[in-house]
Design a protein around this ligand. Structure first.
Ligand code: G4P
Length: 298
């Protein structure tokens, strides 16, 4: 899927993060619980070394609770990492990370008992909402857009924690390719730079395979059709957005499907499981190895 990135700004933000992470006692990363792998900043894995890390799986109210638990268990198996699933209606649970944090940091790292933490999160995961809850006040938002980019800011929190907030640039985690689609579905990538109908078709096919009951209930379908195109036609008929000739208005149907997913009207849905990601990464490695083997033969 073609996406229009802003490489200039990403370069600057990457440089800042690369410089700052080694000075931190703790990394707090806000993820979208519906796509905990795709919404990660890939630099965290490469830069964190043994810095403790709390992964906040936010928007848990929109995610499949069974899969969220799988992700929490999966992340907790990584040394020095703790996962917590939360949503904005659980401020006390979000604030519990202020008690969790000091216990994760070795005492020798605490410079005059101040704990330096950085908070990261791609756009729209709920980073600002989380910061406001942690600080118990409204903190100015760091910008995601070139024109409104505000610089890093330091926020004093209880328990002598100082939180460094950075602009929430989106990183090109587009491998495996499915990550790009999931980011687009979630709203992390602006609608104007994605192939909207292509993204909606990906969502339609995913739901047909993994959440057919949710589709049947929402669109009152007697049965799940064979193809995404047939599903578009059925949704078009149900919602009165058909063109002449009995063909669905694909843009309108795409909007319905994507918006109703984002608002949780289709139910609690997660777009990726740890097992799915493992298989997709393996397939990607196998494809890479096959290309290398092909090159070596020539
Ligand atoms: P960001 O800083 O990471 O870009 O995200 P921000 O906190 O601005 O949140 C982005 C959107 O996600 C907001 O909705 C916010 O209300 C919503 N949100 C944040 N946390 C949760 C959550 O746990 N559950 C649900 N369901 N939504 C959450 P918005 O429509 O953009 O703004 P608004 O309607 O809140 O003004």
């Amino acid at each position: 899927m073609a996406i229009n990135w802003y490489p200039g700004h990403m370069h600057k933000a990457k440089k800042e993060i690369r410089e700052v992470i080694p000075k931190m006692d703790l990394i707090i990363e806000v993820l979208d619980a519906r796509l905990p792998f795709s919404s990660e900043n890939p630099m965290v894995a490469s830069l964190r070394r043994d810095t403790p890390c709390i992964k906040i799986l936010n928007k848990s109210d929109l995610a499949d609770p069974v899969v969220t638990q799988q992700w929490v268990d999966h992340i907790n198996r990584t040394s020095g990492m703790k996962a917590i699933a939360v949503n904005l209606k659980q401020p006390d649970k979000i604030r519990s990370i202020l008690d969790m944090a000091p216990a994760m940091v070795p005492e020798r790292n605490l410079d005059v008992s101040q704990l330096k933490a950085i908070i990261l999160g791609i756009p729209n995961v709920g980073k600002s909402t989380t910061i406001n809850i942690l600080a118990s006040r409204t903190v100015a938002k760091t910008g995601n857009e070139p024109a409104v980019t505000k610089q890093q800011q330091r926020i004093k929190l209880p328990n002598n924690i100082v939180l460094l907030d950075t602009p929430g640039f989106l990183w090109p985690k587009l491998a495996p390719e499915d990550c790009g689609y999931r980011l687009a579905i979630s709203g992390a990538i602006k609608n104007t730079v994605i192939e909207f109908e292509d993204v909606a078709m990906y969502l339609a096919e995913f739901l047909m395979q993994h959440y057919p009951d949710a589709l049947q209930q929402r669109y009152q379908l007697r049965e799940i059709p064979q193809t995404g195109i047939e599903l578009f036609d059925l949704i078009g008929q149900r919602r009165g957005c058909m063109r002449r000739g009995g063909i669905a208005d694909t843009h309108k149907v795409s909007e319905i499907l994507i918006n109703e997913f984002r608002d949780g009207q289709l139910g609690r849905i997660t777009l990726e499981t740890p097992e799915m990601i493992e298989n997709q990464l393996k397939a990607m490695e196998a494809a890479k190895a096959a290309i290398e083997a092909g090159k070596a033969k020539k």
